[in-house]
Design a binder for this molecule. Structure first.
Ligand code: GTP
Ligand code: MG
Length: 673
């Protein structure tokens, strides 16, 4: 297999300081930053294991964090009516280094199915296509991605532009089928061809051959985690709800493309409303592109006139879409591509592509970087804090022993016997405390059981089944509506009950933490709290989409019951399940995170008690001299202090790798001075 094209070298490009590669450079810096962070986290992780100061839970958390840091994808989606230049724009922004068009781009409908361009470690360079007939299987694409045998695979012969083009040409494949078959596969038919597919004279309609395409190839940007999502002109093709509900909302950036020669048409507006804006307040990472501005370069108008005309068009677009003109970018994708292929800097400037790319990077990377940074600091901070608490407990216990033994210097046997009794009493008391701890643990496990009875996957499955039965049993749209609305009401109620139970668990743990702190001197900070708000928000978002797309009188009246039920479960219920899966994973992780510090400290405390008892015993039996023990403890103390210093340094290393600027008062003052 050939590696990435050897003539494409990011280092060379950055040395040229070339506006043409701005995005690539930024992206490369971002992924360099990420791998630096991963290295620093790896150091912490192996240090914890080597010194036996971490536990399984901490190790797992760091392992997940590392997986996320290494396999962190950044999705940029392109959405528009057909022929606005989505594919051309992708070619110009990301793949101009091939010095040719990689994605097919031509007049009329070209891209016929959503196409993901990406590279995953361990993947093979190939194009995977999901046949359109899998639409009959009642399973969303995300689910079918797990079943390789549903896809047609076309390996890439090489990574040359011609082989990439040859493979990607297939995303435009279509076939002719009867209207019945098209309808069965979920396509709308419209004799006028406005709101659906237009039948030909022989009564057949042309449908896409593929439902979804995933192209894997090792391009430098894709290797760094970029995923480009090209979409077909959506309005008439009958895009799948998954795109609106999952793929687009989860994309880190969505570019909505208009063409300067057509302006904002009714169908552009429909795409904007249904797929990009989708009822939400404007988000970061949503940009509008006014493409094909080269149409204005007619050789008659001068640059100033063209500039004025563009400003006017941008304002009109912004007014129509009710957005700020600052997020509308006039460009010429085609000229931008040509400019890059011919190394024509002047034409590239004129295409205005670099401005769009700047906005894209400025919007995209820092936001993403903030999330990754916060997440990494949060996870490693928790682990380090827990470890520090453990080490400090060990340290203070060593110091106590040291004190005890120092006090024994020159004392007689009876004092030593008294010491032994004292430690034994402490040990007994602690063991009594442990009895209470075990009792509370069993209450704790009852509470978690009832928590999972509400938030768990079984509960969700029951509710899904109940809703499906209610829907299939109902004879009027009122019944259907009630069943679907009931589904949401029920899930919301379940989340609310879980919130209550989580509150109860937190309070109980707090009380237990406090008791161990007061009675036995364990150093435990209050357990972190957990909120279900984000899942409630996610459900809210789903419900909004549901109300817009399914819960309308028109849809309810015109959609056949089974088809409606199927649609509801393929789109809404699948998403809800995903939300609950995430919630379950998060709750489990939280439960482990709040329990493990207590467990670790209890274990540590038991060990220390035993050691203290043993060392006094040994002195009592004169098998050991007092001075030897004191020396040994002092060495132990130094070792723990060294570990604490190392831990500080490792955390500092992580902060440095993440580029966190320390803002201690001293530093802030020094800066101000
Ligand atoms: N003049 C001009 N033509 C462009 C520009 N960008 C794209 N085109 C042309 O517009 C046509 C459609 O471009 P595509 O890239 O196929 O558009 P698309 O949005 O991907 O269309 P579908 O795949 O059909 O949804 C092609 O003939 C392109 O050459 C541009 O900046 N200027
Ligand atoms: Mg296209």
């Amino acid at each position: 297999m050939a590696g990435p094209p050897s003539w494409f070298n990011l280092a060379d490009v950055s040395a040229m300081n070339d506006p043409m590669m701005n995005l690539a450079e930024q992206f490369s810096a971002y992924s360099h930053w990420r791998s630096g962070a991963a290295d620093a986290v790896t150091k912490l992780r192996s240090w914890l294991t080597r010194n036996e100061v971490g536990d399984v839970q901490a190790d797992l958390r760091l392992q997940y964090l590392l997986e996320r840091l290494r396999d962190d994808k950044l999705t940029v989606a392109f959405v528009a009516e057909f022929s606005r230049g989505k594919s051309e724009l992708i070619n110009a922004i990301f793949f101009a280094n091939y010095r040719d068009r990689i994605l097919p781009s031509s007049a009329g409908r070209t891209t016929m199915c959503p196409t993901e361009l990406q590279w995953s470690r361990d993947a093979k360079p190939e194009l995977r296509l999901l046949p359109i007939r899998t639409r009959a299987m009642q399973a969303p694409v995300s689910e079918l991605k797990r079943f390789a045998d549903e896809w047609r695979v076309f390996p890439l012969a090489s990574l040359e532009a011609s082989d990439l083009q040859g493979a990607l040409a297939r995303v435009g494949d279509t076939e002719r089928v009867s209207q019945d078959e098209a309808a069965r596969l979920g396509f709308k038919i419209d004799p006028k061809g406005e709101t659906g597919l237009k039948p030909a004279a022989d009564g057949t309609v042309e449908i896409p051959s593929w439902r979804h395409a995933v192209m894997q190839f090792p391009h430098p940007l894709l290797e760094q985690g970029l995923v480009v999502l090209d979409t077909p002109g959506l309005n008439a093709i009958g895009a799948e709800p998954e795109l609106t509900l999952s793929l687009l909302p989860n994309a880190h950036a969505v570019l909505f493309i208009l063409a300067a020669d057509t302006g904002v048409t009714q169908s552009d507006l429909a795409v904007w409303r249904d797929y990009v804006h989708a009822g939400q307040v404007s988000r970061k990472g949503r940009l509008v592109v006014l493409n094909k501005i080269d149409g204005l370069w007619d050789g008659l108008r001068d640059d100033e006139q063209i500039g004025e005309e563009l400003d006017r068009q941008v304002r009109t677009v912004a007014d129509t879409l009710e957005i700020s003109p600052a997020v509308v970018f006039p460009v010429s994708a085609q000229k931008g591509l040509v400019a890059r292929v011919n190394d024509d800097v002047a034409l590239l400037e004129r295409s205005r592509l670099p401005e769009l790319e700047r906005a894209l990077t400025e919007d995209l990377l820092p936001t993403k970087q903030d999330i990754v940074r916060d997440n990494t600091l949060g996870e490693t901070g928790d682990v380090a804090r827990q470890t520090r608490v453990l080490l400090e407990a060990r340290l203070s216990s060593l110091r106590e022993q040291l004190q005890e033994l120092t006090d024994l210097r020159g004392k007689n046997q009876s004092v030593i016997e008294y010491m032994m009794r004292k430690i034994r009493t402490e040990k007994d008391e602690f063991e009594q405390g442990l009895q209470k701890y075990y009792a509370v643990r069993s209450v704790f496990s009852d509470l978690t059981n009832s928590l999972f009875a509400h938030i768990g996957m079984d509960a969700l499955r029951d509710e899904t089944r109940r809703t499906r039965e209610a829907m299939l049993d109902s004879s009027f749209s009122k019944g259907l509506r009630e069943a679907m609305e009931g589904f949401f009401a029920h899930l919301r109620a379940n989340l609310r009950r879980s919130t209550d139970e989580i509150g109860e668990i937190t309070r109980m743990l707090e009380a237990m933490y406090k008791r161990f702190a007061v009675e036995h001197g364990l150093k435990l900070s209050s357990p972190v709290s957990f909120s279900t708000l984000r899942y409630e928000k996610e459900l809210e978002r789903l419900e909004t989409a549901f109300n817009r797309q399914i819960n309308t009188t028109l849809t309810l009246v015109t959609t056949e019951k089974h088809a409606l039920t199927q649609k509801f479960f393929e789109t809404i219920a699948v998403q809800a399940r995903h939300t609950f899966e995430v919630a379950n994973r998060d709750v489990e992780q939280w439960l482990r995170a709040v329990m493990s510090p207590l467990e670790t400290q209890v274990r540590e405390y038991q060990i220390q008690l035993k050691r203290r008892l043993e060392s006094v015993k040994r002195i009592h039996q004169a098998t050991d001299t007092l001075e030897d023990r004191v020396e040994e403890l002092k060495q132990g103390e130094d070792a723990v202090l060294a570990l604490l210093a190392e831990l500080d340094a490792l955390e500092g290393g992580i902060r440095d790798a993440l580029g966190v600027v320390e803002s201690t008062p001293a530093v802030a003052q020094a800066k101000a001075a």
